[in-house]
Structures are given as structure tokens and as C-alpha cells.
Design a protein around this ligand. Structure first.
Ligand SMILES: Nc1nc2c(ncn2[C@@H]2O[C@H](COP(=O)(O)OP(=O)(O)OP(=O)(O)O)[C@@H](O)[C@H]2O)c(=O)[nH]1
Ligand SMILES: [Mg+2]
Length: 458
């Protein structure tokens, strides 16, 4: 996608989203940015101005005034990309923005490719790969939690941990490699006990990071929750109650919901994809049995299940049996007893004692907030600590798995007193995958793939 020469080009792109706004921002990066903008800027000579300054003036191309703008100058290396960067704030018309782009291209710039500004920042050492990827995540973030983790990763939280790991391993790898040079003399420069400790520590850190991916995934992609149960349990009423709107049809006729309905809510910064399903019963007609089959399918594919039942009419035996079935799905679930408003609370609690059940009234909105809190707790097991480093990126996760494997092999090698040259190989492998995450080890295709997913102008 990128050829090497193209890195010398000066690039230009609109940085604000398409459509009409009060302001539009365009960005140029490259050696000639200032020269190019200077050739269409009327009021003063921008090439004489210091870095980090703003200038109001008119842009004019071929005797045609384009717009009155504010130009910001960032002189290399003190800029986002590390190159000369110029930002132009103009009036937000798409037409004006296009005119400015055309003028810049006429004067020697070319259109930027998606993510090219950030890719240049990476190649110029302004960001490492995890930070660059976090920029894309930050732009795409749609909840408080995803914003926080992306911001933290962008600031380098994750890379700092990885770099520390890598540096420690490098030290030992150097000592082990040194031993190999003196292999005839049977010396050990690398203190094995200290090394074992280091590997154990590295293993713990890696395992915690791997573990955090589950939460990271949730923060990035949301959690699918299937609301299941028998017909008339109140599943659609519950969906409406959680959403606070009349989304699904509710009726006293069993079998009202035929197809699944999916809606998203944000609870404490986490996106939940709620799925209202058809009540589970032996299908009486074809359409119903298709609906029921879909309900089972959702139970299998969802991240979590809410099993809803009518606490007045269901027997304890039936719920115990359902509980056993739910366990076989091997995922987190909540047993929720509905229609509490029709029952005597004390009697109900006594009736179902010993079972972990949350009682609600979907119709009266009773304990709906408690249910929401339970959902969040199920996902994150306690309170959300976005201060901790959380892996949100599948690429990082895969590389960390390789790091973990390599660490296990090193540990095994040390336990079994394997010769240094074999351990050295495992260490190198471990270093390779750590470097791959931060971008110290890269290949062209991988970079193209990562940056190709960015929006243009970033
Ligand atoms: N009293 C009371 N009635 C409720 C409650 N929740 C639901 N209902 C009533 O129970 C009936 C069935 O509710 P729905 O929400 O349609 O039940 P469902 O589980 O979606 O049913 P299907 O779509 O047929 O599987 C309706 O008449 C609701 O008004 C509740 O908490 N209390
Ligand atoms: Mg329904």
C-alpha cells in the first residue's frame, strides 16, 4: 500500500467529519507543509514564524479568495507526526474545505491515506504501536469505560509495562548469550535463582494482562445478554423496563414474542446488548418453534443469560431444574424471579430459599436498578478499575499468548536445567513477541493492516 518514497511527500487531509459544521479543520504534514500553506496565505510570511503559533489570514489561490482562516504551526520535531505540521481552521463548508485541499494539492501536497498521520508519528518514534492503536480506539470509543482505557493506552500505560518486561528479559538474555561465548569454560553469568524470579514475575504480569482481555473485550465490544424464560414470564416487559421505553410488544397471550429483539443500553459505561427472546415451550406451530430454536441459539451465543420466571406460578422444583440446565451452558447467568408485585415478598423468599435469585417486578420497575448493578458485577466482578492496564486489542492478546507460552518454556527449561543455548532461544522468542506488540518488531503488511483501519485525517 505504501511505497517508501511516499514518506517524503507532504500529505493533506480534512480532520473533521464530513458534513457542514461551524468549523472545519484540515491538516498538512511533511517537509513542505509550511511552504505550501505559505504560498496561498496572504497576510504574512509563515516561514518566518516560530513553532506553536496561530495566524489569522486569508487563503487565496490563483487570485481567488478561498476563506478567512486560522493557521497553527507546529515545526518538526515538536508536532504530532514529528514532521512540520500545519493545521488550518476554516469555515465548515465542505466546498471551502475541498477548495483548500485542491489548492494544497496544486502546490505539491498529496491526499493522506487512512491513518497516515498516526503512522508517520509511529515511524518517527512519537508513539509506539500500542499507543497508535489506542488513538483509533479513542476515536471509536462510545462509552466512558472505553474512552478511559483507550486514553490510558494512548498515554503509554500498557507499553510501559511491556517495555519493562522486555528490558529485564534483554538483560538476562545478554548474560545467557555471553555464557554461550564461554561455553567451554562452564561458567554461569546469569544468576539462575534471580532469573527464575524474574520469569515468574513476568509470567504473573503476562497472565494478568491475558486475563484482563476478557474485560477489555467487554469494554470495547459490549456484552450480549439473552433474556430467556417461559412464555409470559415478562421478558419483553423486562426489556422495556431496562430500556425505559416501550420497545417490545407485551401481552398476556403466551407466545407474543416470535422473533428476537435486540437493543443496546449503557450501564455504568458498559454497553449491554439485550436480547429479548421468544418464550421457551414446545412449539405449537412452525413459527413458534422457529422462535424457540432461536432462543436456544441466543443462549448458546450470548455472553450472559438472564433466566426470567414468574415467581408466583413457578414451583421451586422447576426452578432448581432450570438452574441445573443453565449451569450446563457454562457462562454467567442470573436467575430472576418476576412479578414480585403479585406476591408476598416474605413468602416468596421463603419459598425459594437456598437459591440465588433476584426478585423484581418488571411491570412496576421494582429492583430494576439492582438488576442493572448485578449485570455490571457479573461482567467485571467488582468495581471497574480502569486504572489497571486492560488489554482491549485482539492482536495484543494473541501476541501475549505467545509471550506466555515462551515464558512457560523458559520456566521449564530452568527447572530441567536445560543448556543455556536452548533457553536463549526461548528468550529470543519471548522478546520477539513482546516487541511485536509495541512495534519494536514489525513488518510492512502488519502496519498497513493496522493503519488502514484508521479514518482519513488521523
Ligand atoms: N403483575 C405483573 N405482570 C407482569 C409483570 N411483568 C410482565 N407482566 C405481565 O405478564 C404478561 C406477559 O408479559 P410479556 O412481557 O409479554 O411476557 P414475555 O415473557 O415477553 O412473553 P412471550 O413473549 O409470550 O414469551 C403481560 O400481561 C404483562 O403485563 C410484572 O412484573 N408484574
Ligand atoms: Mg415477549
Amino acid at each position: 500500500m505504501y511505497n517508501l518514497n511516499s514518506w517524503n511527500d507532504t500529505i493533506v487531509a480534512i480532520a473533521t467529519p464530513p458534513g457542514v459544521g461551524a468549523l472545519g479543520v484540515l491538516r498538512l504534514s511533511g517537509d513542505k507543509s509550511i511552504e505550501i500553506i505559505n504560498s496561498i496565505f496572504v497576510n504574512k510570511d509563515l516561514s518566518l514564524q516560530p513553532s506553536h503559533t496561530l495566524h489569522v489570514g486569508i487563503l487565496k489561490n490563483n487570485d481567488e479568495v478561498i476563506d478567512e482562516v486560522v493557521v497553527s504551526l507546529f515545526i518538526s520535531p515538536r508536532s504530532y507526526t514529528g514532521e512540520n505540521v500545519v493545521e488550518i481552521s476554516c469555515h465548515g463548508s465542505a466546498f471551502i474545505q475541498q477548495k483548500i485541499i485542491d489548492a494544497c494539492i496544486e502546490k505539491g501536497a498529496r491526499l493522506a491515506k487512512p491513518g497516515e498521520f498516526t503512522q508517520r508519528a509511529f515511524l518517527n518514534g512519537k508513539l509506539d504501536l500500542t499507543q497508535a492503536e489506542a488513538v483509533a480506539d479513542l476515536i471509536a470509543s462510545n462509552t466512558d469505560a472505553s474512552r478511559k482505557t483507550a486514553l490510558q493506552n494512548m498515554r503509554g500505560g500498557f507499553s510501559t509495562v511491556l517495555k519493562q518486561l522486555r528490558e529485564q528479559l534483554l538483560k538476562f538474555s545478554a548474560l545467557i548469550e555471553l555464557e554461550l561465548d564461554f561455553s567451554q569454560e562452564d561458567v554461569e553469568f546469569a544468576d539462575r535463582t534471580q532469573f527464575c524470579e524474574l520469569i515468574n514475575e513476568a509470567s504473573v504480569v503476562t497472565k494478568n494482562l491475558l486475563q484482563s482481555f476478557k474485560l477489555g473485550n467487554v469494554i470495547r465490544n459490549g456484552v450480549q445478554v439473552a433474556i430467556v424464560g417461559k412464555p409470559n414470564a415478562g421478558k419483553s416487559t423486562l426489556l422495556n423496563s431496562l430500556l425505559n421505553e416501550n420497545r417490545a410488544i407485551v401481552s398476556e397471550i403466551a407466545g407474543t414474542t416470535r422473533d428476537t429483539i435486540e437493543e443496546i443500553i449503557n450501564i455504568e459505561g458498559i454497553l449491554f446488548r439485550l436480547i429479548d427472546t421468544a418464550g421457551i415451550r414446545t412449539g405449537e406451530n412452525e413459527i413458534e418453534s422457529i422462535g424457540v430454536e432461536k432462543s436456544f441459539e441466543k443462549m448458546r451465543t450470548a455472553d450472559m443469560i438472564i433466566y426470567l420466571f414468574d415467581c408466583v406460578h413457578e414451583t421451586v422444583e422447576a426452578i432448581i431444574a432450570e438452574h441445573e440446565k443453565l449451569k450446563s451452558f457454562n457462562k454467567s447467568f442470573l436467575l430472576v424471579g418476576n412479578k414480585l408485585d403479585l406476591a408476598n415478598t416474605d413468602n416468596i423468599i421463603e419459598k425459594f430459599q437456598g437459591l440465588d435469585i433476584l426478585f423484581i417486578s418488571a411491570k412496576e420497575h421494582t429492583h430494576i436498578n439492582l438488576l442493572k448493578k448485578n449485570l455490571v458485577d457479573k461482567v467485571i466482578g467488582g468495581d471497574i478499575e480502569t486504572e489497571n492496564i486492560i488489554v482491549t486489542n485482539a492482536r495484543h492478546y494473541e501476541a501475549l499468548e505467545k509471550v506466555n507460552e515462551a515464558l512457560t518454556d523458559i520456566q521449564k527449561g530452568l527447572d530441567e536445567k536445560t543448556p543455556g543455548d536452548l533457553i536463549a532461544l526461548d528468550i529470543r522468542r519471548c522478546l520477539y513477541y513482546l516487541g511485536e506488540i509495541t512495534g519494536q518488531v514489525t513488518n510492512e503488511d502488519q502496519l498497513d493492516y493496522i493503519f488502514g483501519k484508521f479514518c482519513i485525517g488521523k
